[in-house]
Design a protein around this ligand. Structure first.
Ligand SMILES: C=CC1=C(C)c2cc3[nH]c(cc4nc(cc5[nH]c(cc1n2)c(C)c5CCC(=O)O)C(CCC(=O)O)=C4C)c(C)c3C=C
Ligand SMILES: [Fe+2]
Length: 472
């Protein structure tokens, strides 16, 4: 009786065509989608179909539950509750989806990872008219940048530690939620490498999750990070009958949370104590940059949130009588456009020249160790600082699985759960929708003309200068 309304759901097309950005590289979820489509495994297909079927029951229960939440009767401690619907018992299954950037696991992954990154219209924002250049440009830039990136990844052990750390954070969060009486499955969905967001979402469907909290692992919101991941989720959810009925709550930013600010202050305080004269240490916040146009033209709140975040951390330190000088600069710029200033490398040199002798670097835009902490800060910036006259160098570790931080994330999830709604991911996205629909003929035409234009662009004086200065 319920099956009829969901049998027309489109489980076989539920992997978003947006993810086809990696198709011609045969990397990423789209290749898995193809494998799935061509698979003889009826059991896998059936399980997806069954997920859609169950959705009929789940939806009825969720409507009831939303009504309960609306009058304040949501109870976290007993989330595994049996609800009766048409004499079927439906389990309330909470899921948490951690969103992250992803990183190459091996050196062979570097170029395709970079391709996925530069193919993202939230990373290289081309005017609408030139959007057909996205993939050819991504291909060119990724091939040209790969050798430099590979050097970086070689120096930190041959790959990114992001997957391992994010998996550990997911496990720690699951445990922290359990301690707080919430049983939840925690999933990891990466934007540019495995496990891709699309894979995580397929697992969420298979597990028949009935309420989902989406938690990007970026404290501050940027169009290029959280915004991009949410756009992918929107395109997947809108096309899928089951997912479009799944109540979701998105935590868009959380830099202002007391637990996060306290955890950061704890780490800074601990590192300061390692200096011979802690009071004389300059606290140097280094955030990943974004192009200025994101903030000034596209309304990215990233810079404002970053500045407020630094203010809150410094306030917390002041409460502990720690009143050191501090500054904020932006690192990791890529390409020929203007990025948020001041630039980390320039400020380090200036501080050395001004006579600053002790400096504590604090990576602040990301919560795991990654190439830009382990290579850029620990190696490049440290060398630059020491060459510029700074004598005592320290670096605050990333939060990784710091227990106070994970506990706070668990609180954030619990607080977000009651506002889960079916509209969170189904409202239209502001970024190009045309990329979301894969058509092989359009793709071939785009690639052909795009490649020609990309070559012309690539050899323009501005681009040549950018490559000469190693900005790509
Ligand atoms: C809040 C964090 C980040 C923002 C904002 C961000 C914007 C952004 N990044 C690039 C280009 C690259 N980023 C790369 C790696 C990378 N970026 C972040 C975080 C943010 N990026 C992380 C955590 C990582 C590391 C992943 C890992 O493997 O450990 C890379 C690849 C590495 C390299 O070649 O240097 C590029 C390229 C742009 C263009 C951008 C904003 C538009
Ligand atoms: Fe980045």
């Amino acid at each position: 009786m319920i099956l009829w309304s969901y049998a027309r759901g489109r489980p076989l097309t539920s992997v978003s065509c947006h993810s086809l950005e990696g198709l011609h590289e045969l990397h990423g979820p789209s290749s898995q989608a193809l494998a799935f489509l061509s698979s003889n495994s009826t059991s896998e297909r059936t399980s997806v179909l069954r997920g859609s079927y169950v959705c009929g029951l789940v939806q009825k229960r969720n409507d009831v539950e939303k009504a309960f939440c609306a009058v304040g009767l949501g109870v976290y401690g007993e989330n595994v509750v049996e609800h009766q619907s048409h004499s079927h018992a439906t389990e309330d299954k909470v899921g948490v989806l951690l969103l992250n950037l992803g990183g190459p696991d091996t050196l062979n992954d570097v170029q395709p990872f970079l391709f996925n990154l530069f193919a993202d219209p939230d990373i290289i924002r081309l005017p609408r008219l030139f959007r057909f250049l996205q993939w050819p440009l991504a291909k060119l830039i990724s091939v040209l940048r790969a050798p430099k990136s590979k050097e970086g990844y070689t120096s930190i052990g041959g790959g990114s530690p992001l997957r391992k750390i994010t998996d550990e954070q997911a496990d720690a969060l699951k445990m922290a939620l359990r301690v707080k009486n919430l049983t939840a499955n925690v999933y990891v969905g990466m934007r540019y490498w495995y496990p891709f967001t699309e894979e995580a979402v397929q697992q969420i469907k298979r597990d028949r999750i009935t309420r989902l909290v989406v938690l990007p692992l970026y404290p501050q919101f940027s169009i290029s990070t959280t915004g991009s991941s949410i756009r992918v989720l929107q395109s997947i959810f809108r096309e899928d009958a089951y997912l479009s009925r799944l109540p979701v709550s998105i935590i868009r930013s959380w830099y202002q949370r007391e637990g996060y600010i306290m955890s950061m202050a704890d780490l800074i305080q601990k590192e300061l104590e390692k200096f011979a004269n802690p009071k004389e240490v300059m606290i140097f916040f280094s955030a990943h940059g974004v192009p200025v146009s994101y903030v000034e033209n596209a309304g990215d709140p990233y810079k404002d949130q970053m500045e407020e975040c630094i203010y809150l951390i410094m306030q917390k330190l002041k409460e502990r009588e720690i009143d050191n000088d501090h500054t904020l600069a932006y690192q990791s710029r890529v390409g020929p456009v203007e990025w948020l200033k001041p630039y980390t490398d320039k400020v380090l040199v200036e501080l050395g020249q001004k006579g600053v002798k002790s400096l504590l670097a604090v990576p602040v835009s990301f919560v795991s160790e990654h190439i830009e902490t382990l290579e850029e800060i620990d190696m490049e910036y440290k060398d630059l600082a020491l060459e510029s006259g700074i004598e005592n160098w320290g670096r605050v570790p990333a939060l990784n699985c710091t227990s106070s931080f994970i506990t706070d994330l668990a609180d954030a999830v619990i607080e977000a759960l009651p506002s889960a709604s079916t509209t969170a991911l189904t409202t239209p996205s502001s970024v190009s929708e045309e990329d979301d629909h894969y058509d092989p003929v359009r793709y071939a035409i785009k690639m052909f003309f795009g490649s020609i234009l990309a070559f012309v662009l690539l050899f323009s004086p501005r681009m040549l200068l950018a490559f000469r200065n190693h900005l790509f």
